[in-house]
Ligand binder design. Structure first.
Ligand code: N01
Length: 556
């Protein structure tokens, strides 16, 4: 670990989009002593870990970046409509170099535990290198999807081939040529990976448990006109991404599904299908508010799947989708459904033939054994709470985070946790987090945290901690906001924690929209932090009306 200092003003865990910007603000704007601790061997967070074939961001490149510095925005040039994993890492390296961040980042160091020491009002942080560090402010920038879910399928240790989780893909890559690959999982990751794997491997078998919607991404190189447009319209694009509910660079249409007749609706869906990407979801305002409205989009996509996939059995399995469109995170793809027309691709419906076990030679289902050389687990993550719980955090009075969250996460604004003073959680549960184009949510969080620390120093406040009643009121608001959408209705959604056996079922992300969330956070800061204790002084509790405007935001 660089330098001999072990006591810092702030420690930041994670060097992805969040940790890098947080370091810059705290060190360069506030003048604090800061260190970033990153478990991986390089910066980039999720993009360091997710190196699976086809890994690419679903947000459009001109919006998947920092907006805090126009010079940086204009100096970088994206090559495609959606940025690929390697290009995002190059972008983050470029930013880190411009801001001279590397000297305060320790790579390959894992936090093994952190406890709040009340007598000294310090966080004591232990690492796997055997060091003990301390800080006043501890900031988790660990991402929402960094704790891989490897399902406990019997027999994995008997498998004679190789297996990989997409979110822990080897840095040196995997040579799949000539291999028989089995892929479990058809979420956003699996839908990106399958076409790329099919193009490389001798044979691909996709094991599908829940059929999924997907819309063509329509990725393409950016021409010079587009590149120039993005640079020349920085302010306009920034205003849109900060205003729209999901932080994307396009507005959501104001019209509702039944404002138009059948022919016009069909025309709009066709047009949106051609445009591609997450813009499809923005074609009507009420797709996630009304089951009847949603059913029209669902029917349109299912028909497209049946049109594309030539084998009637595969077409039936792929289009037999049991939940509303975009009520789980909607994937976008490059030739996903077309991939099932290839001779070297098979599809197994795990609802018809569940996996019994993994054998030495492959995967055994209730109907057959599928011989494999490689298994790819595209099985997602212990989302949102997983990355925080595995840090081993202990707050005031020796209370552990896993104990206090035994029935589900409790946070105020997703930013702080009662009982854990001076701990800030970037994109924590209860914030818009995964429902937002993440760099946009991250910038807002990181700036709010830096402003809060600046406020504390200016006012001689040494400790900030949310009041439990404020956190419970916020939790109730998050639940109520989700209840205005179709999102909590999907029983197998990871938004609810349903993908992890034994995990409490709590709808974790805030569906109120980024614009509204930003306004709430700003208002709380401006009013002197109602809902928090500043040192031992409780600020007034927030009133229900502080959060409670009936705003609907399509929630992804
Ligand atoms: O994970 P998922 P993901 N047996 O949880 C299946 C982000 N992301 O990695 O639906 C058999 O969505 C599971 O089946 P089911 C994005 O936010 C972003 O794909 O639970 N199958 C499902 O099909 C996304 O939402 C980008 O029945 C099992 C799949 O595995 C999030 O990451 C790109 C199983 C898991 O899907 C997670 O996506 C990619 C089992 N035991 C991802 N366990 C960007 O572009 C699980 N499954 C930014």
């Amino acid at each position: 670990m660089g330098g001999h200092n072990t006591d810092f003003d702030a420690l930041i865990i994670g060097a992805g989009f969040a940790g890098l910007y947080q370091l810059h603000l705290l060190r360069d704007r506030l003048g604090l002593s800061v260190r970033v601790i990153e478990a991986q061997d390089g910066i980039g967070g999720t993009w360091q870990a997710n190196r699976y074939p086809g890994a690419r961001c679903d947000s459009e490149s001109h919006s998947y970046c920092y907006f805090f510095c126009e010079e940086i925005y204009r100096a970088w040039e994206w090559s495609e409509r959606y940025p690929g994993q390697e290009e995002i890492l190059r972008y983050l390296d470029f930013v880190a170099e411009k801001l001279d961040l590397a000297r305060d980042i320790s790579l390959g160091v894992k936090v093994t535990g952190a406890r709040y020491d009340e007598s000294g009002n310090r966080w004591i942080v232990e690492t796997d290198r055997g060091e003990t560090l301390s800080c006043t402010w501890l900031i988790t920038a660990v991402g929402c999807l960094s704790s891989a879910n490897i399902p406990d399928i019997p027999g994995l240790s008997d498998f004679a081939g190789d297996w990989y989780h997409t979110g822990q893909w080897p840095r040196e890559g995997v040579d799949l040529s000539g291999k028989r690959v089995g892929q479990i999982g058809t979420g956003s990751t699996g839908i990106q990976a399958a076409p790329a794997i099919a193009g490389e491997a001798a044979h691909l078998t996709v094991f599908q448990r829940t059929a999924n919607y997907s819309v063509p991404a329509r990725n393409a190189p950016l021409d010079e006109t587009r590149k120039r447009y993005f640079k020349d319209h920085f302010e306009e694009i920034r205003a849109i991404v900060r205003r729209t509910p999901n932080g994307h660079p396009f507005e959501i249409a104001q019209r509702k599904v039944f404002d138009v007749d059948d022919d016009e609706r069909r025309r709009l869906y066709e047009q949106a299908w051609e445009t591609g990407g997450l813009r499809f979801r923005a074609v009507f305002q009420d797709l996630l508010a009304s089951e009847e409205s949603n059913a029209t989009a669902a029917a349109f996509i299912k028909e497209k799947i049946r049109d594309i996939v030539r084998d009637p059995r595969k077409a039936r399995i792929l289009s037999d989708i049991d939940h509303p469109y975009a009520a789980k995170r909607p994937p976008i793809d490059t030739e996903y459904f077309e991939t099932f027309n290839r001779d070297n691709v098979d599809l197994v419906d795990l609802r018809e033939e569940p996996i019994i076990r993994i054998t030495e030679g492959g995967i055994l289902t209730a109907k057959a054994e599928y011989p494999l050389d490689v298994i790819v687990f595209a099985t997602g993550f212990d989302a949102m709470t997983g990355p925080l719980l595995r840090l081993g955090l202990t707050g005031r009075d020796g209370v552990r985070l896993d104990e206090t969250w035994a029935a589900g996460p409790v946070t105020y604004l997703g930013l702080q946790i009662p009982g854990f003073p001076n701990l800030f959680t970037v994109t924590g549960p209860g914030s818009p987090s995964v429902l937002v184009n993440l760099p946009i949510g991250i910038e807002q969080h990181v700036e709010w945290i830096a402003d809060c620390i600046a406020f504390m120093r200016e006012h001689g406040v040494t400790r900030i901690e949310p009041r439990m009643e404020a956190a419970l009121a916020w939790g109730a608001h998050v639940e109520e906001a989700a209840g205005r959408t179709l999102l909590p209705q999907v029983p197998h959604s990871w938004y609810l924690g349903a993908n992890i056996p034994g995990k409490p079922r709590v709808f974790m992300p805030y569906t109120g929209g980024m614009g509204r969330y930003r306004a709430i956070c700003d208002d709380i800061a401006e009013r002197g932090y109602p809902g928090f204790n500043l040192d031992d002084t409780p600020q007034p509790a927030p009133e229900a009306r502080d959060f409670d405007a009936p705003v609907y935001a399509p929630g992804v």
